[in-house]
Design a protein around this ligand. Structure first.
Ligand code: CO
Length: 158
């Protein structure tokens, strides 16, 4: 396993759409291992392949309940609305609130290529949506909502 270099927000690769994975081979296993190690090394809760310069639909997540590998993830269902602060290893020094569903149902392949369904709520749902956005060239800063609490500090109440 090896650490991979992170790509940061001005890198055009983060704005490209990743390709569907068609072959689960040794090279892909190495990529997954490296992504897990890189995520852990940076104390991240998620990492998508474009963040290490690879335009493949692969993401890894660990919100504290174990590692999840998502290959070709697709959101089948979503419900609810939450708005919490997010950050991203590729966007240094920024955290901002983003609207996300409170529940998602996702289909994906695991690292052996077996299809599985994952139902997620709350923070895990946020992480999944954030990582899938990366696979479509979207960063959380594209979706951030104004932090009204901060704005009110500088404005008189109406
Ligand atoms: Co991110």
């Amino acid at each position: 396993m090896a650490l991979r270099n992170l790509r940061y927000e001005d890198d055009p690769i983060l704005r490209k759409k990743s390709r569907v994975v068609e072959k689960i081979d040794k090279k892909l296993q190495t990529l997954i291992d490296d992504m897990l190690e890189t995520m852990s090394d940076h104390e991240g809760v998620g990492l998508a392949a474009p963040q290490v310069g690879i335009l493949k639909r692969v993401a890894v997540i660990d919100v504290g309940d174990g590692e999840i590998v998502l290959i070709n993830p697709v959101i089948l269902e979503q419900d609810g609305l939450q708005c919490d602060k997010e950050a991203c290893l590729s966007v240094r020094g920024v955290s901002a609130r983003v609207e996300r569903p409170t529940y998602v149902k996702v289909s994906a392949l695991d690292r052996e290529g077996e299809e599985f369904l994952l139902e997620a709520e709350d923070y895990l749902a946020v992480a999944i949506c954030h990582e899938i956005d990366h696979l479509d060239g979207i960063l959380f800063i594209d979706k951030m909502v104004p932090d009204s609490d901060n704005e009110e500090e500088n404005e008189e109440e109406e």
